[in-house]
Design a protein around this ligand. Structure first.
Ligand code: R5P
Length: 277
């Protein structure tokens, strides 16, 4: 039985349909002081909890769902469509925590197995005490793209090139390249252009996450006279103002998957997750 978190109701329903499994009618509540409470009315022997930890509340809700499911199911599998705090996968300054490890340990206490969709780094899986697998849903991003003319699939940094190549291959070919990125602060990045010609071509910028939109809007600024520019990401976090920032920079379309449920979530990661389950 698929047990959805409140942040992953679309994806959980798509996954239930994909696997032909029942969907638990979870109730979500909150107390006057803001604390959350869930109720899982029923589960099978095997419960698959699907919850994108896009906020601190969602992290707590996931732990609650696991605990409630564990009371009834023999096996609890946890799907993290989006793993919050995964980008703090090392202590970047003295005194900082490895937040991804702290979160992974907590999640591991309530589950027999973990599936994470496009964690920021695959090595994050090693932080879980429970067996963990990473799912790559990037190829799903080819579906919502229109017909492209002389397509160029560009990653904002070398780390995202495999994602750009996956979208390119699923779309049917084209050139792939990447920028060089330097993050100045949480909301500010510097990007050095690639050598690939962009004039007159349709450019698809591909990354794992779009959060503030700083990376993608700065990358768009570097493009010289492209025909059209599309932004594609697995996790469209899109914090306040990010969508407008991308439009103002010149994006002709923004697409993401439903690992983070937003208006731009044009395609479901469910088939990719179902393959692993
Ligand atoms: C970081 O390396 C990630 O791959 C993304 O590039 C980053 O999270 C995007 O964040 P923002 O939209 O705030 O620039």
């Amino acid at each position: 039985m698929i047990v959805p978190g409140s942040t992953s109701q679309e994806l959980a329903a798509a996954l239930a349909a994909e696997l032909d499994e029942p969907l638990a009618a979870v109730e979500y509540d909150r107390f006057a002081d803001g604390e959350r409470l869930v109720r899982v009315p029923e589960t099978d022997d095997r419960a698959v909890v699907v919850c994108a930890t896009v906020s601190d509340h969602a992290h707590v809700e996931l732990l609650q769902l696991q605990d409630a499911a564990r009371r009834r199911a023999d096996e609890v599998v946890t799907v993290l469509p989006y793993m919050g705090y995964a980008r703090q996968d090392e202590a970047f300054e003295p005194g900082q925590p490895v937040s991804a490890r702290a979160v992974a340990r907590a999640v591991s206490t309530g589950t027999d197995r973990v599936v994470v969709v496009n964690p920021h780094e695959r090595a994050v899986c090693d932080f879980f005490d429970a067996p963990c697998e990473a799912v790559d849903a990037a190829a799903r991003l080819a579906a919502p793209l229109p017909e492209l003319d002389e397509p160029l699939f560009l990653a904002p940094d070398a780390g995202a090139v495999a994602l750009a190549a996956a979208v390119r291959d699923a779309h049917g070919g084209g050139e792939t390249d990447h920028f060089q990125k330097h993050r100045v602060s949480d909301t500010d990045v510097e990007v050095r252009p690639s050598d690939a010609r962009t004039a007159g071509r349709d450019v698809v910028l591909v990354d794992d996450i779009v959060a503030t939109g700083a990376t993608m809007s700065t990358a768009i600024d570097q493009l010289s006279r492209p025909a059209r520019v599309f932004v594609a990401c697995v996790h469209p976090m899109l914090t306040d103002g990010a969508r407008t920032r991308l439009a103002a920079a010149g994006a002709d379309g923004v697409y993401g998957t439903d690992t983070v449920e937003r208006p731009v979530s044009a395609v479901s990661a469910a088939p990719a997750v179902a393959d692993v389950l």
